[in-house]
Ligand binder design. Sequence first.
Ligand code: NAD
Length: 497
Amino acid sequence: MKQIGHFIGGKEVAGKSGGRKGDVFNPATGEKSGEVALASKAELNDAVEVAKQAFTGWSNTPPLARARVLFKYKDLIEKHHDDLARAITVEHGKTFDDAKGEVVRGLEVIEFACGIPHLLKGDFTENVSGGIDSYSMRQALGVVAGITPFNFPAMVPMWMYTMAIATGNTFILKPSEKDPTTALMLADLFIKAGGPPGVLNVVQGDKEAVDAILTHPDIAAVSFVGSTPVGRYIYHTGTAHDKRVQALCGAKNHMVIMPDADIDQAADALIGAGYGAAGERCMAVSVAVAVGDVGDKLIEKLAPRVASLKVGPGLDPQSEMGPLISGQHRDKVMGYVDTGVKEGAKLVVDGRGLRLQGYENGYYMGGCLFDNVTTDMTIYKEEIFGPVLSVVRAPNFDSAIKMVNEHQFGNGTAIFTRDGDAARAYASSVKIGMVGVNVPIPVPMAFHSFGGWKSSAFGDMGMFGMEGVRFFTKLKTVTARWPTGIRSGAEFVFKAR
Ligand code: NAD
C-alpha cells in the first residue's frame, strides 16, 4: 500500500511510526490507493521549526534571485504537467483535461509572481518636509501556512504558497487529506528548481494539524480555502491567536439569464459550469435564474444534454464528468436531491440511478436538473457541491438581483444578456465578489485577485494578484533625514505647518 508522508526540509518524511493515518481512494474505482500520514501537533511543530530556520536566508535573498527560482519552477511544472494532472485525476476523480487546466491556472500565479521584484517595489517621496525623505517597503511576515480543500489539489495550494514564497516567507502547506499526493510532487519540483530546503513544506493531516497551525505562536498568517463552517472556525480561531487570516469558503453561484439572452449560449454555459468537475468547484453555477419567459426554453435545451452527459473515469478521454470525491459525499449529494423532491421541486433529470459497468464501486452519479426551485427550499439555500443544477424562475430583473443579493453566499455570479445596460446595472449592484457578463465562471486571472463576499469569504484580502502580495507582507515606512547643518535641539510639539 502506497504510504503518503510529509515534505519537510527539502525531502519526503514518513509519518511518525505509530502515528494516525487516513485512507486515500481512487474515486473512479472506489479502491483504496494509499494511506496518508496525519500529523500530530509535535510533527507540525517540528516542521515550523524547519521553516523558521529557512526564513532568515530566504527573506534576505534578493527578490530577483527568488524570481529566478520561480522561473525554473515554472519550467519544471510545465515539463511535469501530465504527471501532475494524472496524480490529480487518480485521487480527485476529475477528468484529465480538467486536471491539466487546473495546473495551468496555478502556473499563471507563478508567472505573475516571477515579476516579484517589480511587485515589491515600494513608494518613495522626496522632501516630505525640508530635507526629509520618506519611503515605504513591504517585508515578509515569517512562517505562514495554507490549508487547502480537496477540489483543487494543485491550483489552490499554488495560489497561496507561490505568493507567500515570492514575497520572502517560508510556508507550511496542509493539503486536503483526501488527495494529498500532488502537494508532495509540487514541493519536490520546487527543490529541483533550486528552492532552498525548508522554504516550502508539506504537512499532511486533518483537524489536529489544522488546530496546531492555528494556535502556533510562530505562524504569522493562515490562508484557507474550503467550506464555510470550517472557514469561519479557522478565521475566528486564527485571528484570536493574533494571526492574519484569509478564509475563502463555500458558494452558491447564480447565473441570471435575461429574456434577450442567446439561449443556446446560455445552455452551453450552464452545462459546462454546472456539471464540469461534477459540480465540485467553488465557482460552479448551481442556480440558473430564468427571467421572464426564459424558463421553459431553457429547460427544453438543458434536459436532453444533462441526461446525456458522458460520465466515466477521469482518465478516459471520452468522459465529460468524472466521479465525486468519495462515496460519502456522493450519498450526501443524492440526499440533497431526495430533499429537493420532497420539498416540491420538479426533478426534470434524475442522475441518482447511474451505474457504470466495470466501475460499480466508483463514486459516480449522473447529472440532476431541477425546475421550479424556490428560495425557501434546502437545495436552494445550501451548497450541494455536486452535479445538481436548480432552475429558479424570476419575473423580472429586479426580482432576480434581489434573490442573488439575499443569498448567504457571495462567491461568483453571471448574467447572460445582450443588453449592456442590464449587464452594467447587474455588475454594479450585485453583492458578489466575482461577476461574469456572458462568462459563466468568472475566475479572475492571476494579475487580478480572487475572492468572494458574504459567507463566501472571511478576512479582507483576496488570493494572489496584488492582494496576495499585501496579504503575505507587512508595510514599513521610513522617514529619513541626514542633517548636516546646525541641530535645532529637541522638539516637543507637532509642527502646525
Ligand atoms: P473542507 O472545509 O471540508 O476542508 C478544507 C480543509 O480544511 C482541508 O484541508 C481539511 O483537512 C480541513 N478541515 C476539514 N474539517 C476541518 C475541521 N473540522 N477543523 C479544521 N480543519 C478542517 O472543504 P473541502 O470539502 O475539502 O472542499 C470543498 C469546499 O471548499 C466547498 O465548500 C467549496 O465551495 C470550497 N472551496 C472554496 C473555494 C473558494 O475559493 N471560495 C475554492 C475551492 C473550494
